[in-house]
Design a binder for this molecule. Structure first.
Ligand SMILES: *Cc1c(COP(=O)(O)O)cnc(C)c1O
Length: 392
């Protein structure tokens, strides 16, 4: 038998081109070949720039990270494999056994779970306070409190934290302030300008914006802490996929357009829903009847976002009827997609809470949270009006 043709194991060099691509190349390589051990030393010691192993960093994460840094006014933020990975490495990098974390009492469900179920196993205590009340936050601090974790706008009641007040308390007491800016986005508010030490994102949501990439981002003001975040991400393996970073970069290029259009539609939709019979209340920080409207006007500078919630008077039965009557709007527990999505906190994000705990947060069986997308406002208003009528 003659030799069968074989594919060479060594990959072919990238074809030369005197012109350059305008789109960012996708670089999936897990590993990078250095010229010799001295060259690798030079790279690890920072005398030359280069990559070694993708878990420690890769070009697509770098490109995306620098774009989000620019939006947040940050330096050296780390892109992670999910928003929860970003929350996780913030905790891993900043805390040690014996520390206490104070969380906002309406944190994202998984963040709540990390604080209540996981951190205590590592000797880190957690408790919660109302972030709309800086005095309550100050009163909940302990001598061993090391970090406060809040979201500026809460899910699903869209309460607006007293970020300025909490930042003053944190600074006076020498406590780190971490802000999950997923809902608000840097288009509305840049937490570093308001005293935050750490900024966290679920890039999965509005920044990437197409419900096709799961990613996070975390940045720290202090360069030593920023370095610790990078090391924690590499050590605990919270690195993102290059393809997800590539998708997110592509999504981020249209973030401002998507955001501003969705925000304008959300304001119209909120007012329209509030006028319909069968809608008990609408929660949108841009409306004068929202409990934190005044704070939203100053802190968010009149940019009230794409998220709103509303409460159907008919409870769970009305919620079922509404969801069935609006099949064009995905009933799916996410937010920030280019298309509008609808979530029902009582059966999804807040299902683990007791009915009393839900009631204390103002979450009812008739409540939906809407993440407004870029559809024409008239289409959404019509669809939702049909849903409300079916629910009534
Ligand atoms: C979705 C979300 C997270 C978690 O992000 P994933 O990308 O789903 O891991 C964290 N915080 C907030 C506010 C979120 O909405």
């Amino acid at each position: 038998m003659s030799d069968a043709p074989h594919v060479p194991a060594r990959r072919q060099p990238w074809p030369e081109s005197a012109s350059r691509p305008v789109a960012t190349p996708l670089q999936p390589s897990v590993v990078y070949a250095a010229a010799d051990p001295d060259a690798l030393d030079a790279q690890y010691e920072g005398r030359t720039r280069g990559y070694a192993y993708a878990r420690e960093g890769h070009p697509n994460a770098e490109v995306l990270g620098r774009m989000i840094d620019g939006l947040e006014g940050a330096d050296g933020g780390v892109v992670t494999g999910s928003g929860m990975a970003a929350v996780g490495i913030a905790m891993l990098a900043a805390l040690r056994a014996g520390d206490h974390v104070l969380g906002g009492n309406q944190l994202y469900g998984r963040s709540l779970r990390m604080l209540t179920e996981d951190l205590p196993r590592f000797g880190i205590a957690a408790s919660f306070a109302d972030p709309t009340d800086a005095a309550a936050v100050a009163a909940a601090l302990r001598p061993e409190t090391r970090l406060i974790l809040i979201e500026t706008v809460s899910n699903p009641t869209l309460r607006v934290a007293d970020l300025e007040g909490i930042a003053r308390v944190a600074r006076a007491r020498g406590v780190l302030l971490a802000v999950d800016n997923t809902f608000t986005t840097p288009r509305t508010l840049r937490p570093f300008e308001h005293g935050a030490d750490i900024v966290i994102h679920s890039v999965t949501k509005l920044l990437a914006g197409h419900a096709d990439a799961t990613l996070g981002y975390v940045a720290a003001r202090d360069p030593a802490l920023a370095g610790a975040l990078r090391v924690a991400a590499a050590t605990w393996g919270m690195t993102p996929s290059p393809f997800d970073c590539w998708l997110a970069e592509r999504g981020l290029l249209s973030f401002e357009l998507r955001h501003d259009r969705a925000q304008a539609t959300a304001a119209r939709l909120a007012d329209h829903l509030a006028g319909l019979p069968g809608v008990r209340r609408v929660l949108y920080p841009g409306r004068a009847d929202h409990p934190d409207h005044d704070r939203a006007r100053t802190l968010l500078d009149g940019r009230f976002g794409n998220m709103l919630s509303f409460d159907l008077a008919g409870g769970r039965a009305a919620a079922n009827a509404f969801a069935r009557a609006c099949p064009a709007i995905a009933f799916a527990p996410t937010l920030g997609d280019i298309a509008t999505t609808l979530s029902h906190p009582a059966s999804s994000s807040h299902r683990a809470l007791s009915p009393d705990a839900r009631a204390a947060l103002g979450i009812t069986e008739g409540m939906f949270r809407v993440s407004v997308g870029v559809e024409p406002a008239e289409t959404l208003i019509e669809e939702m009006a049909r849903g409300v009528a079916a629910a009534a």
